[in-house]
Design a protein around this ligand. Structure first.
Ligand code: CO
Length: 210
C-alpha cells in the first residue's frame, strides 16, 4: 500500500465510525457552519488545532501559516479574517504559536532561505523591537522561546490594528483576541496575551471613521 492510500482508508474508517456514533453528524453540518472561534496557527504538523483542543468539525475556523503571522498585506489572512469576523461572526480570535517553532528559529538565524526570507523578515522585525529583552537571556532556547511568546503578542496586536477588528468592536463589541503558545513537550497551551473589545489603541493605529 502506498503511504497516501492509508489516508483514504483511514478516512473511510473515520466516516463509518462517525455515522455509527452519531447518525445525524453529517446532516447537521451539511448546510451551516457556526464556529465560535477563528484560529490562526503555525503550519507545523505537530500542532493540529482541533486535536489539541478536542474540538469537533464545525467548531473552529482555521488559518495556518509559517509561524502564525498576521501580516497586514497578506490577502489570504485578511480574507479569512474578514469572513470569520463579518460573516461567521466569531466571538474569539486565537493566535496560537508553539515553543520550538522552526519558523521563528530560522528568523533568528542568518541562513538564506530564498523566498521564505521575505516571510521571516516580519519575525525579524519583532525581534528588533524586543532585542533588549531577548538578548539578555542566557540560552539560545530561552531566547527562541521568549521571541515565540513576543511574536504571538505582536500578531495579536496586529489583529487589533486592522479595520476589520476595530469595526467589529464598534458594531458588536466582539471578537475577543487571544495569544497562546503550545508546548510540544507536554501538549499544554499557555495563554500569553489578551485584548478585549474596545481596547484603546495607540492613536497612530486607531481609525476614527469606521
Ligand atoms: Co512553527
Amino acid at each position: 500500500m502506498k503511504s497516501y492510500e492509508r489516508l483514504l482508508l483511514e478516512n473511510k474508517a473515520w466516516a463509518a465510525e462517525q455515522m455509527q456514533d452519531d447518525p445525524e453528524f453529517f446532516n447537521r453540518l451539511l448546510h451551516v457552519q457556526t464556529p465560535e472561534f477563528l484560529w490562526i496557527g503555525c503550519s507545523d504538523s505537530r500542532v493540529p488545532p482541533d486535536k489539541i483542543t478536542q474540538t469537533q468539525p464545525g467548531e473552529i475556523f482555521i488559518h495556518r501559516n509559517i509561524a502564525n503571522m498576521v501580516v497586514h498585506t497578506d490577502l489570504n489572512l485578511l480574507s479569512v479574517l474578514e469572513y470569520a469576523v463579518n460573516v461567521l461572526k466569531v466571538k474569539h480570535v486565537i493566535v496560537c504559536g508553539h515553543y520550538g517553532c522552526g519558523g521563528v528559529k530560522a528568523a533568528m538565524g542568518r541562513h538564506n532561505l530564498g523566498i521564505i526570507n521575505k516571510w521571516l523578515r516580519n519575525i525579524k522585525d519583532v525581534y528588533r523591537y524586543h532585542r533588549d529583552e531577548i538578548d539578555v537571556l542566557e540560552t539560545e532556547e530561552g531566547r527562541l522561546n521568549r521571541l515565540i511568546e513576543l511574536n504571538v503578542e505582536e500578531q495579536v496586536q496586529n489583529l487589533a490594528k486592522t479595520s476589520i477588528i476595530q469595526k467589529a468592536w464598534k458594531d458588536r463589541n466582539e471578537p475577543h483576541l487571544h495569544g497562546w503558545v503550545y508546548d510540544l513537550h507536554d501538549g499544554i497551551i499557555k495563554p500569553v496575551s489578551e485584548i478585549e473589545p474596545g481596547h484603546h489603541l495607540d492613536d497612530l493605529y486607531a481609525f476614527d471613521n469606521l
